[in-house]
Write a protein that binds this ligand. Structure first.
Ligand code: MN
Length: 149
């Protein structure tokens, strides 16, 4: 199961995304602003982050910058979700550390395609490095293909 963290300040949008994703078998957690999102990434180790650009406290650009600056988090796939549909914003987003971009209203087919592209194996293990090895589980070498993203 792919674990998705939704960082979005609008509760209705969060609920819509949760329903879409849970219906398709994704596990979903929610953060209501950028600061909470960063805390939850550390705690929950999601496989992929859906990150709204326009949020209070820390906006999406600030959040993705902090993720890329942090060696323990830098490998996390981050998909921008934004109402800013102008071409210049798209270019700015894609040059700011995001792995992909979706504009609102969200196209569900594109959303699922992007999540599967960013987390191709979907085996539920976080792509983040230095995840504590639990019990006697061997190192998941099969993750190498997805870990470079
Ligand atoms: Mn917003």
């Amino acid at each position: 199961m792919i674990n998705v963290l939704i960082a979005e300040d609008n509760a209705i949008n969060r609920e819509l995304l949760r329903e879409v994703l849970e219906t398709r078998g994704f596990a979903v957690e929610e953060a209501c602003d950028g600061q909470v999102a960063l805390q939850m990434i550390e705690q929950s180790r999601p496989d992929v982050l859906l990150l709204d650009i326009g949020m209070p406290v820390l906006d999406g650009f600030a959040v993705v910058r902090k993720i890329r600056e942090n060696p323990r988090l830098a490998g996390l796939p981050v998909l921008a979700v934004t109402a800013y549909a102008m071409q210049g914003d798209r270019e700015k987003i894609l040059s700011s550390g995001f792995d992909g971009y979706l504009s609102k209203p969200i196209n569900t087919v594109l959303l699922i395609e992007e999540l599967q592209r960013l987390v191709p194996e979907g085996d539920g293990r976080s792509t983040l490095p230095n995840q504590p090895q639990e019990n006697s589980a061997p190192a998941p070498s099969a993750r190498a293909a997805g870990a470079g993203k």
